[in-house]
Ligand binder design. Structure first.
Ligand code: SIN
Length: 480
């Protein structure tokens, strides 16, 4: 297991602030210790990245794509060990973690496949003797700040396009889950990435981010995390006009129309909501179910939820692992208490499961009916396994409630008539939508939100274009 930081081409195990304990949320066992870096290490990394930037930018596309393809292959080859690492540091069940490794590899394949989009484009200008050329130039040194809920994939989808675009990169993974980021850096080096091209620092988020973002040499930030932190970073980025991609909080509506196939809706809700114990930005937060089928939907959800196995992610058959830490449990408890205080009816769950000798972090899959937009769970990301259901009288009412949220990352529509469901989906104000589909994310597709959920896209050609600037040249031919 790699526990050292990659700074200025060197693996280093010391940090100016000491070290951070990485804890398994399912046991509280210390899995590893990593350096607590701060401003001084952040500056060393930045100096090196800035110096190296032109070299990587000048590296031919074929060579860059070669590194990306090799990384995709190596991620797959190491799927089992990486999946265990994901589960150990973030708690999700092992099969989900294996899915995350595949998802991460897909970002590398996708970036390699899309690299041709960076070719120069020629445009006719309707001006005799003058032609236009559009070039896609690397944006420069970029920074990536990633969350704990997908410790490998969220970094992969920033590192892969940045490598393709020709950027040197500085990465800061979440304090809770630094190990996957270090493992990814190790893989990239083994695949031929020059070590000065990627720097991975664990440690003091504020000191590191401030050093990078206020310096002027970092030209791009890609951040995945909370809206609150996103705002702070954006303020810092405004100083040097740093270009940003912000993948922030979600509050996804899951609309079930009167004619929906209830079994499909229930199975899809189960998949979308309970993935990573409800700790994903795109998981449904507000279930808006037509009144004619709302009770049946809730009853079937409760039956299906009761069959889920709550257990440490490494245990065979686990469906729901622990929440990441005690603060997360406190937040989910507060959401449940608030919903019940305001008239919500508890159908199942509502508390943590007593797991002998384990931390009190395993939240039971919970179903609450009779919810409404005044409840905390309809206004704020629950980030836990809670299905909050409101019964609605029409698609229009569902849309009005769905779009009233200041967030706009993902949404879901389930309906028996494709054209109707699609028409509803197209009125949702969010960036990613599943129509009779629980898992819309795909490395080849654009991922990102609107409003308080941020801006910029990750994945496919859209993710790649976030790392280049468009340069236009008007070329007059000289008669020499
Ligand atoms: C997220 O929680 O932000 C990532 C989910 C995904 O990519 O599917």
């Amino acid at each position: 297991m790699q526990t050292r930081n990659l700074i200025a081409g060197q693996w280093t195990d010391t940090g100016s602030g000491g070290e951070i304990e990485v804890v398994d949320p399912a046991s509280d066992d210390v899995v590893a210790r990593v350096p607590m870096c701060g401003a001084s290490e952040a500056l060393i990394a930045l100096n090196c990245a800035f110096e190296f930037q032109p070299k990587w930018e000048a590296t031919p596309f074929t060579q860059r794509a070669g590194v990306l393809r090799a990384a995709a292959a190596m991620l797959i080859a190491r799927k089992d060990s990486l999946a265990r690492l994901i589960t150990q540091e973030c708690g999700k069940p092992l099969p989900e973690a294996a899915g995350e490794v595949q998802y991460s590899a897909d970002y590398f394949s996708s970036a390699a496949n899309e690299i041709h989009a960076l070719d120069d484009m020629h445009i006719a200008l309707d001006k005799p003797g003058v032609r236009g050329v559009v070039r896609h130039r690397a944006v420069g040194v970029c920074a990536a700040i990633t969350p704990w809920n997908f410790p490998l994939a969220m970094l992969a989808r920033k590192v892969a396009p940045a490598r393709a675009a020709g950027c040197a990169q500085l990465a800061k993974p979440a304090e809770e889950t630094p190990l996957c980021a270090l493992a990814l850096a190790e893989i990239l080096l083994e695949c031929g990435l020059p070590p000065q091209c990627l720097h991975v620092l664990t440690g003091d988020a504020k000191a590191i981010a401030t050093t990078w973002l206020m310096d002027g040499r970092v030209r791009k930030l890609s951040f995945t995390g909370s809206t609150e932190t996103g705002r702070l970073l954006l303020r810092q980025c405004s100083q040097e006009i740093v270009r940003c991609s912000m993948e922030l909080g979600g509050d996804a509506a899951f609309i079930v129309l009167a004619d929906a196939n209830i079994e499909l809706a229930v199975q899809s809700a189960l998949q979308a909501k309970f993935r990573n114990a409800g700790q994903t930005c795109i998981c449904p937060n507000r279930f808006l179910v037509h009144k004619d089928i709302a009770s049946e939907f809730a009853a079937r959800m409760a039956i299906a939820a009761a069959q889920l196995k709550i257990a440490p992610g490494l245990e065979e058959g686990s469906n729901i692992g622990p929440l990441i830490h005690d603060e997360a449990v406190k937040k989910v408890r507060a959401h449940v208490a608030d919903a019940l205080k305001r008239g919500g009816k508890l159908v199942c769950g509502g508390r943590t499961k007593d797991m002998r000798d384990r931390p009190d972090r395993f939240f039971e899959p919970t179903v609450i009916t009779n919810c409404n937009p005044n409840m905390l769970c309809f206004q704020d990301e629950i980030f836990g396994p809670v299905v909050a259901i409101m019964s609605v009288t029409s698609a229009d009412q569902a849309l009005e409630i769905a779009n009233a949220s200041p967030f706009g990352l993902a949404g879901y529509v389930f309906g028996g008539n494709h054209a109707t469901a699609l028409a509803v989906a197209q009125q949702l104000r969010c960036g990613v939508i599943g129509v009779n589909e629980a898992a819309p994310s795909n490395a080849r597709a654009p991922f990102g939100g609107v409003k308080w959920s941020g801006y910029g896209r990750e994945g496919g050609i859209w993710g790649l274009m976030e790392y280049v600037t468009t340069q236009y040249l008007a070329l007059r031919e000289l008669n020499t």
